[in-house]
Design a protein around this ligand. Structure first.
Ligand SMILES: Nc1ncnc2c1ncn2[C@@H]1O[C@H](COP(=O)(O)OP(=O)(O)OP(=O)(O)O)[C@@H](O)[C@H]1O
Ligand SMILES: [Mg+2]
Length: 338
């Protein structure tokens, strides 16, 4: 099937806090994102930049304040309840904390068997066969060893594998995983990312992976994936991973890459640490026009404080939202240094 499977059009989310004196938080602003069948997207940004809000809105777990969401080319606001509930299983959310989707008193067999029975016509031996396939797919092997275990018997990485297997019981077409590696050991993170990559490449699932680490995103999205960088609730740069990673044009993307630890000691020595005017998170009022990175950016000029930079197409693989992307000094990421 050609075309988009999930689309956010001009999506804005404003949270309000406080009862008497209302405070507003612009969590997302004017987000345009088009996910095609079999796409592999990494959404990257630091804490508070709007990643979870974007992931939850994409899965309809949160309603946008403005904007439109399309699933499989259809505007969700005009779908009937029945049409929407039929589509719901096709878009699955994988939580940061795998316990959020696992019942502590259900063993692995029933964790997977119950949704399999509910959402498929398979029964009896077919259920066992499918459970074996799913456990093999996520690397909980040999499956027979795990069937009678409970979530608390597994490591954090094992629980996340189980949460992914559970999401797969309903045969989704899209997985949205919100920082699934942030609560597990460093050594196991690459394996979870690898599993998501296999689900994308071999089973053809579209995957949206939310991460704060651009190094992990580089691993996930390399070789055909895409990247969107979020700052202050806006996408400041997006496009094909290899292009963005090797030729980042937004000063924030460059800062994020400079802050990433690298394993090569020679490169690490030569790498420049990020320099910013301010390390404060972005603040702005409702309706205020500005670049969300202007207060921190070394290159900001007057216009950056009074006008919204919109995403401009640099080439077919690359969009950036910066007034001065072609005037700031050329910057080479450490991994592209000779
Ligand atoms: N339910 C809510 N009510 C009020 N404000 C909220 C709510 N959810 C998120 N926010 C605010 O919206 C902004 C974006 O939050 P979000 O959780 O999407 O960020 P994030 O990028 O996922 O951060 P983290 O890396 O810490 O998970 C933050 O300022 C946050 O405090
Ligand atoms: Mg989050």
């Amino acid at each position: 099937m050609e075309g988009s499977v999930l689309e956010l059009e001009n999506v804005t989310k404003i949270f309000s806090r406080g009862y008497f004196k209302k405070r507003y938080v612009i969590a997302l602003e004017n987000i345009d994102l088009k996910i095609n069948k079999q796409d592999r997207w990494a959404i990257i940004g630091e804490s508070g930049m709007g990643k979870t809000t974007l992931a939850r809105i994409a899965c309809l777990l949160e309603t946008p304040t403005y904007g439109r969401i399309k699933w499989f080319g259809r505007d969700i606001s005009i779908l009937s309840k029945k049409e929407l509930s039929d589509l719901r299983t096709k878009v699955q959310y994988v939580h940061q904390d795998p316990y959020a989707s696992l019942h502590p008193s259900r063993n692995i067999y029933s964790t997977l068997a119950d949704p399999l029975r509910k959402n498929n016509s398979i029964r009896g031996k077919g259920i066992e066969k499918r459970i074996n396939e799913l456990l093999n797919l996520v690397g909980l092997t040999p499956p027979s060893y795990f069937l009678n275990k409970y979530p608390h018997h597994l490591s954090g990485g094992g629980r996340q594998r189980l949460a992914i297997a559970k999401a797969l019981t309903v045969n989704p077409e899209i997985l949205v995983a919100d920082e699934p590696i942030s609560m597990i050991d460093m050594s196991l993170r690459a394996i979870i990312i690898q599993i998501l990559k296999i689900l994308n490449k071999e089973l053809g699932l579209s995957i949206i992976l939310v991460l704060h680490d651009i190094g992990a995103a580089r691993f996930f999205a390399s070789d055909g994936g895409k990247i969107a960088i979020l700052y202050g609730g806006r996408i400041v740069e997006k496009g094909e991973s290899d292009e963005i990673i090797n030729n980042p044009l937004h000063p924030y993307t460059q800062t994020l890459i400079s802050a990433t630890p690298i394993s090569d000691p020679d490169l690490a020595q030569r790498k420049k640490l990020p320099e910013l005017k301010s390390y404060e998170p972005p603040k702005r009022e409702l309706g205020q026009r500005l670049c969300p990175f202007s207060h921190a950016c070394l290159y900001s000029q007057d216009i950056c404080f009074v006008e919204n930079p919109v995403l401009q197409k640099i080439n077919d693989k690359h969009e950036v939202a910066c007034f001065f992307w072609n005037k700031i000094p050329k910057w080479t990421p450490p991994w592209s240094m000779q």
